[in-house]
Design a protein around this ligand. Structure first.
Ligand SMILES: [Zn+2]
Ligand SMILES: [Zn+2]
Length: 469
């Protein structure tokens, strides 16, 4: 299934400036090369702008000059005790990590490419107005130009914050006042958790309000989670801004989101959630400043799991607390949970390593089977729901061979498979064990198929099998 390619321009929660939160989202069925060559607008959506052009230029510099130590590796090297690049992904399945955008052959300089991609990325979604999420919006706006106007969307409180405190002719020129031709538009989304709001020709969104700690005045500070749908493929991705757990806020805002996405997860239209986990687990009385730890993130995932397992009449239920770790039934197996916004600390040990290890331990203890991936600045992630589909198929006991469901599943699988073959050079990219899982499932379900339908030969399959032993 075509889903999304996510390029991380910044995944740090600070306090170092320069690589704080920003994610570039692109549908996976169009390449950067195609977007640039055909000047395709609306495909590139920017979620938060703590970093942008600076980091994009670094990423492209690595790609163009094939730098031996990449931006991602340099940032990891700031800690003496960290993981290797590949270890920040805990599962072979579900997410493909790419370190390049595939633009070397265009013969353009990193700076030309940075400006070009910036011009075509015309839609921004801002989760909240904290500096680590908007810094680049100010600095980069000097490059926007009237030929490539930008639409910056957020909830009213975020947009008011940007207008009053950044684009106010004091901190930065009020570029929103340039109306003809348009230069920069700050656009308020409606506070609705029911209706999708179209933001350009390719995407629509629902902005969910989140709790994100308290202001110094003790009032709650609010942030946003964007459920984003690619209108062409009906695939969704859910991206959280800074957030605290329902347990910490004493509200049920996250619960409402889990309830809303239940049918999307169940039908395979949403396989990836990007969410923060700012610090490793802390002592009970340590302040969190409106963020998540592995324990509180896991409480939220258990809450989502409960909602997904509910049948019939839905009832309001509290988030589950972390218990003794008995295995529970999981409806989240294979769901991609991509972690961002880890705060740097004065330590030789990379907090990303600690957080991932704490999350994986919880994952093992509860048998939730979630696919955790730690997002790294500079990397691109192709999120793929093929395996999630197979697991759903495996669990499904009401699908019988020859039924319409069976046929639909098979057709979907075939199209996924052709897409994968087209995407990767099969000689260089050995099939992972999940490919064999697919064949096993098909075989066990009695589905009739031939290798030719998958563009495969017995020889190639055997060779791949041997390589994977
Ligand atoms: Zn933040
Ligand atoms: Zn924040």
């Amino acid at each position: 299934m075509h889903t999304f390619e996510i390029t991380v321009l910044g995944s740090s929660g600070g306090p170092l400036e320069g690589s704080t939160c920003s994610i570039l989202v692109k549908p996976s069925n169009i390449t950067y090369e195609e977007i640039i060559h055909n000047k395709v607008k609306d495909c590139l959506a920017v979620i938060d702008a703590g970093s942008f052009m600076g980091k994009l230029c670094d990423i492209l510099n690595d790609e163009i000059y094939q730098n031996p130590v990449s931006l991602t590796q340099r940032l990891l090297n700031n800690y003496t005790d960290t993981l290797t690049l590949g270890q920040f992904k805990t599962n072979e399945n579900g997410v493909v990590v790419k370190s390049e955008l595939g633009l070397r052959s265009l013969g353009m300089s990193p700076m030309e490419l940075t400006f070009t991609i910036q011009e075509l990325a015309n839609t921004y979604l801002i989760t909240h107005s904290h500096l680590d999420h908007v810094l680049a919006l100010g600095i980069n706006s000097a490059a926007y130009g009237s030929s490539y106007p930008k639409q910056v969307y957020g909830l009213p409180l975020t947009i008011d914050g940007l207008q009053d405190h950044i684009f106010n002719d004091v901190l930065w020129p009020d570029l929103t006042s340039i109306k003809d031709p348009k230069f920069l538009q700050l656009i308020k989304l409606q506070e609705s958790t029911e209706q999708y709001q179209q933001i350009n020709s390719r995407y629509r969104t629902i902005p969910f309000i989140l709790n994100h700690g308290k202001k110094t005045t003790a009032e709650p500070f609010l942030s946003t989670s964007f459920l984003i749908e690619d209108i062409e493929t009906n695939q969704h991705v859910l991206i959280f801004g800074d957030v605290e757990s329902d347990q910490d806020s004493n509200e049920t805002r996250n619960l409402q989101i889990w309830k809303f996405i239940k049918p999307l997860v169940r039908t395979g239209k949403l396989n990836t959630i990007i969410i923060e986990c700012s610090t490793p687990n802390v002592l009970p009385d340590e302040p969190l400043f409106g963020h998540l730890t592995p324990n509180s993130l896991f409480a939220e995932l258990l809450s989502l799991n409960s909602i997904l397992l509910e049948t019939g009449e839905e009832t309001t239920r509290d988030s589950q607390s972390i218990g003794t770790g008995d295995d529970i039934e999981s409806a989240l197996k294979g769901l991609n949970i991509l972690i961002t916004h880890v705060k740097e600390r004065k330590s030789p040990i990379d907090p990303k390593k600690v957080i991932l290890s704490e999350l994986n331990e919880l994952n093992r203890n509860f048998g939730l089977g979630v696919n955790f991936v730690m997002l790294l600045t500079g990397q691109t992630y192709l999120v793929d729901d093929l395996i999630f589909d197979v697991q759903r198929w495996n669990k499904s006991d009401n699908v019988t061979t020859g039924s319409d469901d069976n046929q639909t599943f098979f057709n979907g699988l075939l199209s996924d498979w052709r897409w994968i073959l087209g995407k990767f050079n099969t000689q260089d990219q050995p099939f992972t064990s999940d490919i064999f899982d697919i064949f096993r499932v098909l075989f066990l379900q009695g589905v009739q198929f031939s290798l030719e339908q998958f563009g495969l030969s017995v020889d190639l399959l055997q060779e791949t099998w041997l390589r994977n032993l």
